[in-house]
Design a protein around this ligand. Structure first.
Ligand SMILES: Nc1ncnc2c1ncn2[C@@H]1O[C@H](COP(=O)(O)OP(=O)(O)OP(=O)(O)O)[C@@H](O)[C@H]1O
Length: 279
């Protein structure tokens, strides 16, 4: 992590009447990092992201995003921040190409709308009206609109909801490209554990408006008490040393172990443990 994080949050709080949505949250995101926010419904992820985007006020806490307080940010800051919100705006009767060309004009150094259409896999729909797109296609357009201005920092709030598996993989490639080649910092809010595992340098788990874990996916999985489960035709055993167990089974069967499967603990196991402990 660099000396000055791209996002720095200390003691963030936000209430709605009696509901404490964000309850003293601390978070750092370094330049070029991809950080995934995970948490159950109502944990405070969207509230946090929208405060960082400058779209919601906070009750307390310090927030610095690209060196500025987002609640007082100017146009110069806005063009450096890309946003893919949970709900997308109404684009009326515009076609995909028209929508991208229209929004490209707001930025000093926009991406080429044609290349962007290709990048998000919407070339076949370039002249289709936005209202005729399927849910997943509309979401891809939202992603395109979020990156049309070549942001330095990109907020993605559940970006791949409604994507088919192929579109999701393609989106992951795009995010890796943005983070890798272009050095874009990305804060991503997702319910797909596999997505967090595939993309994130760090995972921050929010429960009840607070971060309860913040580590690399590998470190989080390593922290779990869950063990590898080895199953075969007439047995099942949990173990810390699957190789030794499989060698023993191979000896016992005098060769191939029938119906052998090995399941390692996943990020999902750890996540479920964490939110279970914290709630
Ligand atoms: N505008 C609002 N008015 C009142 N309560 C709100 C408002 N926005 C959010 N909340 C409440 O604040 C809490 C946190 O909501 P938030 O949308 O930040 O959660 P989330 O982690 O993004 O959830 P999800 O995964 O379901 O999108 C919830 O209890 C929610 O009902």
């Amino acid at each position: 992590m660099t000396a000055t994080p791209t996002v720095r949050v200390r003691g963030l709080r936000r209430t709605y009447g009696d509901i404490v949505a964000v309850a003293g949250l601390d978070l750092d995101v370094g330049a070029g990092e991809v950080v995934a926010l995970l948490g159950p419904n109502g944990a405070g992820k969207t509230t946090t992201i929208e405060i960082l985007e400058g779209h919601r006020r906070r009750d307390a806490g310090e927030v610095s995003v690209l060196g500025h307080d987002p609640s007082r940010a100017d146009l110069d800051w806005r063009v450096r921040v890309g946003i893919v919100a949970q709900a997308s705006g109404d684009l009326g009767e515009l076609t995909v190409r028209e929508a991208l060309s229209h929004f490209a004009r707001y930025y000093p150094r926009p991406r080429d709308p044609e290349q962007l259409t290709e990048l998000v896999g919407l070339t076949a729909k370039a002249t289709a009206r936005v209202r005729t797109l399927s849910g997943g296609q509309r979401r891809r357009l939202d992603v395109a609109l979020g990156i049309v201005g070549r942001p330095r920092l990109l907020f993605l709030d559940e970006p791949t909801t409604g994507f088919d598996p192929q579109a999701r993989r393609r989106f992951w490639d795009l995010i890796r490209q943005l983070a890798g080649t272009e050095g874009c910092t990305i804060l991503l809010n997702t319910h797909y554990l596999q997505e967090a595992e595939a993309l994130a340098d760090r995972v921050a788990v929010i429960v009840g408006g607070r971060i309860v874990a913040d580590a690399t996916p590998t470190a989080l999985v390593g922290r779990t008490a869950a063990r590898t489960v080895v199953r075969w035709a007439d047995g099942r055993q949990e173990t810390d040393d699957p190789a030794a167990l499989i060698a023993a089974l191979t000896g016992r069967y005098g060769g191939t172990v029938p119906e052998l499967t090995v399941s390692r603990p996943s990020l999902e196991d750890v996540y479920l443990d964490l939110i279970g402990d914290a709630s």
